[in-house]
Design a binder for this molecule. Sequence first.
Ligand code: C2O
Ligand code: CU
Ligand code: CU
Length: 485
Amino acid sequence: MKRRTFLALSSVAALYLAARYMRSGGGMGMMSGGGMMGGGSSSLPPGGIKIKDLPIPALLKPVERNGVQHYDLQIQRAEHDFFKDMMTKTFAINGTYLGPTLLMKNGDHVSVNYQNRLGELITMHGHGMHLPSRMDGTVHQPIQDGENWSAVYMVKQRACTNWYHPHTLNNTAEQVYKGLAGLIIIEDEESRRLDLPKRYGIDDIPLVLQDRLFAHGQIDYSPSMPQRMHGYVGDIPLANGAIEPTLDVEAKEIRFRILNGSNASIYELGFSDERSFHQIATDNAFLEYPVKITEVTLSPAERAEIVIDLTKDYGRSLVLRDRRSGKQFLTIRITKMATAQTLLPQKLTTLEKPLVSQAQYRRRFVLSGMMGRFTINGKGMDPDRIDEHVPLNRLEIWEVENNMMIDHNFHIHATHFIPIARNGSMENLAENERGYKDVILVPANETVSFLVKMTDYADVRIPYMYHCHFLEHEDAGMMGQFIVS
Ligand code: C2O
Ligand code: CU
Ligand code: CU
């Protein structure tokens, strides 16, 4: 009898969801509300959406061989059940959409072994990882179809949430869109010691947020010229590869490790009851203190770890949503009694923050473009050209100016940076931006500056990249290369 009620409810919910996403003329006669510039709308298969619990990506603990921690990843074609009664063709890592979460410890010697069984060329990049340029997984480390490549390095950075994804020249956007991405969790002494939720999948929840367009149940990557300009934005929200799933949690503090894994959407994330929560980490490290907010803005590739206190919410439910588009990513139901306690620490860490006055050099990057081509300092990406030479251990200010009417962001490989100003003033930086980052939003006609220091891995031959992480822009040339020496 319980089951009957559940079935009835879920088919109502499926119809409701289908009605929200169905293209007019598709039968339900309703359009989705996400009419952002550059957005499109999906047509859904007749069976509608599959009602699901939030999938938790498998936690891939390494296998040790001769003191090296090995992670074996197979990049392959697969089929995934986004919808009822039909399968969707995807790209995937080990499973059927996205990939497992790699658990690493600071100080580990690791080997991330990629086997390319996709049927096309890829490269695989460890986003946020502090590693040698020859292990960076860019255009300079191609993996042909049928071949294997390993990123071998020592983990030498603070606890944080990073990710891995393709970085294939001019073809990153489509490969990510079809499902290639996964999280990397780095632990260190501090993260183990702090009284934070850390039971993976129970109170420490990985959350890869994306949006997609579908045509008849298949992933539709077919950007028009305006969609290449504005970025390819879809109307169907995905959380860990599921459409508007549900998560049942304990009535306690819950930590989310959120990645904006979309190609080109900026999300302003908050909860349906407008409650406040704390951000505890930016891209590459804990913040020094938890920062209390009601909304966190993430541009593509940015991460935020947040802690939300659900101690007094037993029996309630709330929705995690994007305020910009109205997308509802996840329904959280507080249906379980707490089986452990945590208490958010007042102080999380101490960050090494050099003074702006100690900077010895300044670089400028101007983001620009027209007619579907994008440039940095007037140049489109050329793998045979080195754009910048950065000496080891010199503190530099990098200033990034967006002179277009559309938003961009800026990502650097090799290390983190520390934001110091927006539009020339430190006051314009949000409190939760004052930490270690590797991607930062640079809105239309604005300027951002940050401090960087390359501390390791000089290599006069193989460069790292910097680029806009709106993947359509990256693929259309908004990327440059630097040598550390
Ligand atoms: Cu997330 Cu150059 O990459
Ligand atoms: Cu990167
Ligand atoms: Cu861009």
